[in-house]
Design a binder for this molecule. Sequence first.
Ligand SMILES: Cc1ncc(COP(=O)(O)O)c(C=O)c1O
Length: 453
Amino acid sequence: MKQPNQILTRRRFLAGTSTAGAVAYLAANARGADSTPPSTRSPRSATPPGSTRSSQIPSWPIHDEADASAAADVVRSGKWGRLAGRKTLEFEESLRVKAGAGYCLATSTGTTALLTSLGVLGVGPGDEVILPTYTWVACFNVITVNYALPVFVEPDIETFQIDATKIDSAITAATKVILPVHLGGSPADIDAVMAISRRRGIPVLEDACQSPLAEWKGRVVGNFGIAGCISFQASKNLTAGEGGAIITNDEEFYIKCFNYHNQGNVRAGARQVAPLGRGANFRMTELQAGLLLSQLRRFEEQQAARGQNAAYLSSLLSQIPGIAPARIRKECTRHAWHLYMFHYDQSQFAGLTRAKFMRALSADGVDAGPGYAQLNKTPHVRAIASNPHYLRIYGKSGMAAWEERNQTPITDRLCSEGVWLGQRTLLGGRSEMERIAEAIRKIRSRASEIAKV
Ligand SMILES: Cc1ncc(COP(=O)(O)O)c(C=O)c1O
């Protein structure tokens, strides 16, 4: 499966992870990670000099001549838009069947899948939408482009997923949608979220952008709420550079989504529903669909490899004091392994800070990221408190209260101790998992020395 030119040598790998390269790598492989550049100082390696060896971690995306032909076929067909060709329809049908869903709509990105869904749910100014604090900024953006109020809920420290026990108290009369995120490939506690949804009568839109075909009690995520959104952006396990999809079991919702993503225009020959008066062009291109169909050929095999390697890595890392892999709920019957997330406890590493730990990992050729920064405390997010439209809609006191509510000690802790490995690392084979565990063990044994650098 791996092409020789897709296996990175250790030297190229390290070059790609230093300074600017690390930022680019994180952007492409662990997008959403705090892109703090590693120090420009030469990091101290825990591996003795001269012990360089080849990394078996493939570059991403993996592609071959069949992918190139798939793209070329679309080019030659001259049918590049979904309204002209059949590739998007074909991809939607493949994904629908794999997800066990009634309907599937492909979109230009995961963000536009979310925007379409929230648009159809009628989210607008004055509404509140509940989302986790520990997530990618897209979740916030799709709420605020609609001038709705994002209401943050803290994660559960062990699983990194939204803490469903905190959702109830975040609900108000203005809550329009609950937007849980299945983070990193692992399902959030969707039973608990759906129980709240039923009791309070509030729809759930599942953000499964990082968790394609992950399962909760044997059912693919995205099938629990009104719909689920998936991303095929460049770092994702299934990718066409950009792309997205909505899966749903509600025919009317699907038809409305089709119309919304098609500038409000109805699909010829399809059942009609009341017009929404809103919409945009969020259509997938045939080129994206052609590539996705081609990438789908190796998806199952790659997912199986990621799963096996992740389980092996967890068995190794769990033996190292101070390293705790994210807890996976027992109801998770299939993890999509977009991210391998773990906790780093510096008190077990002689006080070695996470930043220094990560630099040492990088020096040993282990490409890790620090995970999300405190989203709710970024200037981008806080700016809505002084946005004139927000002030007009929610009032000065409303926005001040919103700022007050954004005290998130669990998120702060998770953002300071989380460490991520990207999905392509999990395609590296058992020896790579051993190398990662060995690097961490060595860093721990020399932690006080490394801390002084
Ligand atoms: C949790 C989450 N939601 C939404 C998105 C948005 O998807 P896209 O980048 O395809 O627009 C992403 C992707 O990066 C994501 O990780």
